[in-house]
Ligand binder design. Sequence first.
Ligand SMILES: [Zn+2]
Length: 655
Amino acid sequence: MSKNSNNLDKFFRSENSVKPKKPKKIITQVAEKKQNERISFLQSEILRHQDLYYNKSPEISDSEFDLLINQLQKLSPDNPVLNLVGKDSSKMYDKIEHIIPMNSQGKANEVSEFLAWTRKHIYPKYLVQYKLDGISVELQYLNGRLKHSVSRGDGIKGDDITNNVRKMKGVPKMVDGKFTGAVRGEIVMYHDIFTHKYSDQKNCRNTASGITKRKDGKGCEDLNVICYNAKNISSPFTDELKKIKWMEENGFSVVPQKIMKNTNEIIIYRTEVHENLRNSLQYDIDGLVIKGTQIDWEDMKRHHPEKQIAFKFPLEEAISILRDVEWSQQGSTFTPVAIIEPVELMGTTVQRASLANPDLIEKLNLMIGSEVIVVKRGEIIPKIMKVVYSSDECEKIKIPEICPVCKEKLINETTRLYCSNVSCPEKDLHRLRKWIRKLEIKNFGEKLIEQLFNEGKIRKIEDLYKLKVSDITALERQGVKSAEKALNNLYAVKSISLGKLIGGFDIEGIGETITDLVVDAGFDSLEAIKRTSIGDLAKIEGIAEINAQKIIEGLKKLEQDMIDLLETKKITIEKKVKGGNLSGKSFCFTGKLNKITRNEAKDLVISLGGQFKSGVTLKLDFLVTNDLSSGSSKNVKARDLGVDIITEGEFLEMI
Ligand SMILES: [Zn+2]
């Protein structure tokens, strides 16, 4: 629930006595007993997952497994189970020593860590490669003939998985006859194979891992090996690029690479790969590997090689504790929002996470006090993915039963909790709030809207335009000055686009982006939209049939209110200028604007006959930004697609 509906929120929670324990209380109760209980839980979980990983089919991802290990390390640093982890428990395979030791590579999760590394490692050029998220393998050749394939094992010795690896793609059985040595790579499963044959499995990596270990070798033909290192024992390569060239010439699939001149370029590239490029790859990657172009074999032998680093994508998941559940009210629907112990994810502090609906709470078996895995990817709202652990002291989450506004019984359809009362005043209040927010009316806060609403001064949007200063000053703690300010700001918006008008009327699921599409498609008056059919609207690109239906039905209900609003004459619909300055041109804005707000920019574009776009595509004419060299994904994409990039100043000159 947005902060602003605090009043209702408080009321709501006390009414339903969803009063969770305060965080501190839980912490003090943790005490020793709970800690020991927790440790033994972690021990058995780690051993169970280790067994599944090696001998059956894994249930959790590697990063989830790592989270369990980290937790145990924190609570019990000398725990014997920690020594067992990573040691191969299978006894099915012979052990073979690696030619190139598989040591643990240095990692940078944050830009600052990467910069710290680059200060110590300044190279004239950097070789940048994808960091594959697969299963490590070493291919050993004797006089050009494939002899052994060895799994990671403990880094010094691994399993002889030669029979399985021989069946995989990208593994030449014969190479240059002078080559005696090792080639390093990762076993991966391509996404399309996964989708077609293994979609019941958890992910590509776990599937590949399971298949690689199978004694019967079944499914190995579905795997690919992609390589990135090679060492000829008698005459090791000294130059990375020559080494890669040799690998390509000898039939290996080689991980893509780029040469970059400076660290800035690398940081921008990482963002671009993380946000865009990796989605078009056939295999999973979890970062970049950065090194110089000169090979240092001595460094590679070190337990922690220093001359290269894995520059990982920002952390996307973490463990936290569920402290509370708030029920956010949007119109008639109540959505649970998880309040969690703050954690750092993707460079931001996360303390609220989406829970979608009551059904998810049930499915996750989520309780107040549960340890949970929180995930945040890109711009998406953080989500609770799963419960790691719930102790006896955790409390059941209470699902509210009564609408706090109209006292009507709530209907729980599990996937949706809502107030069934069609005339529940909350819908009206929500619409008023949305209107003020949409029009960016300053000094007209949610508190004021609520006060006016509770006093019965406003029900419909048109009521806002009939308010007098005295209506506001009659309220508690509202002075003349602030009342005048609020109303002046409200009346200052004299015209808006049709898309904004309909978008502001809060038809469920219908925002301005959708209404703009309708208007752009030629339905440019209320009349025109009303006359059309669901089928016609659904023909517009970007409008699904369900939304077409919502628009038609919503308009039926609200049209009179819209007309009443326009009849106040305080606000009118802007006429779109046909053949205006910007006619036929499309614009997208990114980053901070200095002279106008993003919304003003949008209004300008639309009123001058242009199109406002929220994303960069080939069809876009101009990307407007004040930071031409920014590494934001919109900028990078615009550069790649050859879209014109202009500054705010240049945009304003155009108009
Ligand atoms: Zn209600």
